[in-house]
Design a protein around this ligand. Structure first.
Ligand code: TXA
Ligand code: MG
Length: 347
């Protein structure tokens, strides 16, 4: 399949009639799948009401079929079409964070969305993305769009259209290239079906921000304790992994440098993942800085591109600094631990 690249570099007025977006919307209406930029990561979109379209999403990504997709909408009227109820907590969260990086789990109305999109669950995760290209596309095609991150399953999520092409060229109808995404880590997934909201996946909206709106917020125990079963099926899979084994290092710079030296003496090519503050202080085959530690938002924005960069230069082993896990650091550490398969070396 020839994968089209539709470049959209002007987000001005009347985006809904931009010929590139009109073309992409047409493919969606024909149940083809296209990648689109959102404010978090690129998504791989398909008609959420069509088994055919949803099957194409799972096939292109190589995604396990028990992992449900997030449904993307342009307006709240669409939501009423496929959810059974909108609890009070959810209304407050939507008022504050939509459009934005927050996915809310609702009880699903039967018989409207493809059961494959929701992996047969009786709930559905929904979000309204805060990106002009995504919103124009959703509005133009008029369909609820199922969209997981547009990477091959297991790889880091795509934050540039080039990442999508690396993984999915030839497997999808096209990609709308709207430049780099902003937030860089995926949406926060919050379950509002059982009273007190529960965070199933940390992301672009922090726990503190949610608490400021609804008061008490819980965290799915599986996010802190590996032994319990996660309520979000996707959280049980290894994810975001670069090709070389990645180790998180809980210790000072000298300790990390010592680990790198030891592996280089053994003849391995060593990569170090750090931030702009410390990059010049390490000696390794490649030192990649991921934003600024003093502004964790910049680390989130660069994280997946940095993980992919180690693949393009080719290293045998990667050592990474750790980050504080408050605010957006919660999502950063969640993704890094997954990318590392939970391998942490402590001083
Ligand atoms: O920022 C994002 O959320 C991006 C962009 C493209 O919107 N999308 C994304 O989708 O990250 P994906 O498929 O890579 O991750 C969806 C996560 C998975 O962990 C999945 O298990 C969970 O959301 N999820 C979806 N529906 C669910 C449901 N009904 N109950 C529990 N978890 C659900
Ligand atoms: Mg994903």
């Amino acid at each position: 399949m020839n994968t089209k690249v539709w470049k959209v570099d002007n987000f001005g007025d009347n985006l809904i009639n931009n010929p590139q977006i009109v073309d992409a919307a047409h493919f969606l209406q024909e149940n083809e799948v296209v990648a689109l930029p959102t404010e978090t990561v690129y998504g791989l979109g398909g008609n959420a009401e069509s088994d055919t379209a949803v099957e194409k999403i799972f096939a292109a990504k190589g995604r396990p079929s028990d992992n449900p997709l997030i449904i993307h909408i342009a307006n709240r009227e669409q939501l009423l079409g496929f959810v059974r109820e909108i609890p009070e907590n959810a209304v407050m969260l939507m008022d504050k964070f939509w459009p934005g990086p927050l996915t809310i789990i609702f009880k699903k109305k039967e018989g409207i969305l493809s059961d494959k999109a929701t992996a047969g669950l009786d709930t559905v995760g929904v979000r309204m993305p805060d990106h002009p290209v995504a919103l124009a596309l959703l509005e133009k095609c008029g369909l609820p769009i199922a969209a997981p991150s547009a990477n091959s399953s297991g790889k880091p999520s795509p934050t540039h259209a080039e990442h999508v092409m690396e993984d999915l060229n030839g497997k999808i109808a096209g990609v709308l290239d709207g430049g780099p995404t902003g937030v860089g880590v995926e949406s926060t997934v919050v379950d509002c079906t059982e009273g007190v909201p529960v965070i199933l996946r940390p992301g672009g909206v922090t726990k503190e921000q949610l608490e400021n709106v609804v008061g008490e917020v819980r965290i799915d125990p599986a996010l802190v304790d590996e032994a319990s079963q996660p309520k979000s099926p996707g959280m049980k899979y290894k994810h975001y992994a670069p090709n070389a084994p990645l180790f998180l290092v809980a210790g000072g710079m000298g300790f990390l440098q010592g680990l790198a030296d030891e592996k280089r003496r053994e003849g391995l090519r060593v990569g170090v993942l750090t931030t702009e503050e410390n990059a010049a202080k390490y000696d390794a085959d490649i030192v990649v800085s991921c934003g600024r530690r003093s502004e964790l938002e910049t680390v989130a924005a660069d994280l997946y591109d940095t993980l992919r960069r180690f693949n393009s230069v080719g290293v045998d082993i990667i050592f990474s600094e750790m980050f504080p896990s408050d605010g957006v650091g919660h999502a950063i550490m969640n993704r890094l631990l997954k990318a590392a398969g939970n391998k942490v070396i402590s001083e």
